[in-house]
Design a protein around this ligand. Sequence first.
Ligand code: ZN
Ligand code: ZN
Ligand code: FE
Length: 761
Amino acid sequence: MTIPSEPRRLRLRVRGVVQGVGFRPFVYALAGRHGLTGLVGNDSDGVFVEVQGEGGALAAFRRDLVAGPPPLARIDGVDAVALPPRDEAGFVIAQSEARPGESTPVPPDVAVCDDCLRELFDPADRRFRYPFINCTGCGPRFTIILDLPYDRPATTMAGFRMCADCEREYHDPASRRFHAQPNACPRCGPALRFLAGGNEALGEDALGRARDALAAGRVVAVKGVGGFHLACDATSDDAVAVLRQRKRRTDKPFAVLFASLEVARRHAMIDEGEARVLTGRERPIVLVRRRPDAGLSGLVAPGNDFVGALLPYSPLHHLLVDDRPLVFTSANLSDEPIVKDNEEALSRLSRLADAFLMHDRDIHVVCDDSVVRCLGGREYPVRRSRGYAPLPVPLPRPAPPVLAVGGELKATFCLTRGDRAYVSQHIGDMGSPETLAAFERAFGHFEALFRTSPAAVACDAHPGYLSTRWAAEFALSRGLPRIEVQHHHAHVAALMAEHGLDGLHPVIGVCFDGTGYGPDGAIWGGELLVADYRGFERLAHLPYVPLPGGDTAVRRPYRAGLAHLFAAGLPWDDDLPCVQACPPAERRVLARQLEGGFNCVPTSSAGRLFDAVAALINVRQEVTYEAQAAIELEALADAADEGIYSIALSGDPAIIDLGEMFRAILMDLRGGVPRGVIASRFHRGFARLVVSMAEFARRRTGLRVVGLTGGVFQNVRLLRLSAEGLSAAGFEVLVHERVPANDGGLALGQAAVVGLGRVQG
Ligand code: ZN
Ligand code: ZN
Ligand code: FE
C-alpha cells in the first residue's frame, strides 16, 4: 500500500512556441487527468503553470507536458520552482499577465486543419462553407497579432464580438476552440465581399461570383492570410497573358494553386518528400517538375521545367479552387511589397484586377507565400516567409541583441534575442520607398513583439545598398555601433548558424553568387573562403573579368559572354550567338571600354559566368527577371550526357582558369553538339571545380566540412552534383535547410557574425 505523500505545489514556466497553439487547454485537460489543482496562464514570456497535488501525479504531469504538447507547440524549456501549497478547489485558466521586457515566440500562420476541413464541408455543421473557420490547431496567427500576450483583444479579431455559440466553445475546455483567439462563425465573424465594377455581392454569393469571374478568364484579386493574391485560370493562355501584360511580368514564373495533391499530380511529377512538404501545415509553394503533357498554360512558367505548386491553406482557398488550377501570385507591382488592406487593394490593384474578393478580417503584417525546393526529402528554402516566419532560428549560444538588415534583393532582416534569431518574413527588393516603408514597419513590429532592442547593427559592406544606408542612419539615430559584414562571409555564417555550429572550428565555404561587394572594391561571387563567425580568409576565386556597365550587364547576358571571351583572350567571331546578339555600335563601345578598362567593374561573379555560358550557346541574351539565363541553362541540361569540361585550379593562392573550358565550349558549339549537352558538360565541370576548390582548402587547412551557399546554388543540378562529388571525396557537406542560399539568408549570417563573432555580450 502506498501512502499518498503530502500535497506539493510547483510553478512551471514553459518557454517556446506555446501561445496561440492551444497550450492552455492542453494543460487544463492534463491537470484534470492527473487530478491536480492550480492554474495556467499566458504572459509575455510564455506560459506559466501552477499545479498542486501529490508527488507522483506532479511528476507524471510534468512528463506528459513535455511528451505530448499540441501539434503547433514547440517547447524550448521548462523551469520549475516549489511553492507552498494553497487552499484551492480546482484548476483554472488565469488572466493573461503582461510583463514588460519579456517575450515569447509567436506562432506562424498555418494551414486549416483536417478537423476544420471536415466541418467546412459538412452541411450539418454550423460553419458549413464558412471561409474563416479555424481552431486552436490551425489558422492565422502572426499576420493578425498586434501584440503579446496573444489574446483576442491584441489581434485584428478584436472588433468581432463572439456570438453565444462561439463564446460557449471559447470557454469550454473540452472544445477544439477553447481559447482559440480567431474563433468565429457566419453569425459573428468576418464575411466575404465581392466587388466588380459597381457591383457588389456578399457571403456565399460573393464566392459564387468570384468563381464565375475566374471561369470566365478574369483576373480576381483575392484577400488571403498574409496579403492579396492575383488569381486567374492557369489553363487559359488568354487569362495568363492578360495577367502578365498587366503585371508587366514577361517571363518570371507564376505559382499555381491546385485543389488537392491529386489534382497537382495531374500537372506535375511529385515525389513523396515533395508531397509531404506540399501538404504540410506550413504550406509553402514547392517547385516541382512540370508534366510536359499537362494542361497548364505554357505562359505560367516559360522556359522553365519547374512549376511553383501550392495547395489551399486558407478555408477560402478550398472553397475557391476546383479541378481547374489557378495562377496564384502575390498582388503587387513588380517587386514591391504585397498589398494587404482593402482600400489599398482597390486603389493600387485597380488596373491589375477585374474583380475583388475581400473580407473584413484585417491583416496586421504582410507575409508572402514561402517557396521551397525538396532535395532528398529535405526542404531547401528559396523564400522563407508565411508558415515559417517569425519562428526563431536557434543560435548555438546566446548573443547580445543585434539587428541585421540583410542585403538589397529578397530582403529580410534578423533581430536576435539571447539564443534566438528572429528572421523576418520576406520583405521584397529594397530600392522602392514602398519596400523601405514595409521594412521599417516589419522591424517596428518585431521590436515590439519580441521585446528586444538592438545593441549593434549589422549590414552589408556595399555602399550602394539602401539597407546599408538605412543601417547607417538608424545606428546614428540610436547611438549604436554599425558593423559591416562582407557579403559572402555572411552567406557562409548563415549556413553555419542554421546548422548550429559553435564557430570554434572554421569551415570551408564555397560561395557561388551573383553579386557581392568585396573589400578590394571588386564585385565578388565565385569564392572559396575559410570562415568562422569572427572572420574569413579568401583562398581562391573565379578570375576577375572586367564587366562593362554593371547593371546593364546583368540584364543583358550577352555582355557577360563578350566580357568572358575577352578575358579568356578569345576573339568575338561573327558566328557566335552572343556576338550576333550585341548591336554593332554597342559592340564597338564595349570593345573600347574593355581595352581601356574604363567604366568596367572587375568581377569574380559565378552568376555572370552562368550568364556568359547561357549567352554563348544562345539560351538567353536578355533577361526579364533575376537569374533567368541560369535557370533556363539548368532546365536545358541533358542529364544523359556524361561529358565534362575541365576547369583547372592551380597554384597557391589558387588561380581558376576558365580559358580551357571556353575553348571547349566553342569547339562543341561549332561542331554542332546540342546545347543541352553543352549545358550538361558545363554543370558537371563546375561541380568538379567545387570539389577541386574544397580539396585545395583541405590541403591548406586540414578542414573537411564544406558549406555550399550563395544564390547560384539554387541551381539544384549544380548543388546535387557538387554535394555528391564532395561526399565521394570524403567531405561533410552543409546545405541550407532553414534560410535560403540566396540573399534572403544574408541577415541571419550578418547577425551571427556580429552577435557571435564581433560584439562582446
Ligand atoms: Zn482547425
Ligand atoms: Zn459565432
Ligand atoms: Fe548573395
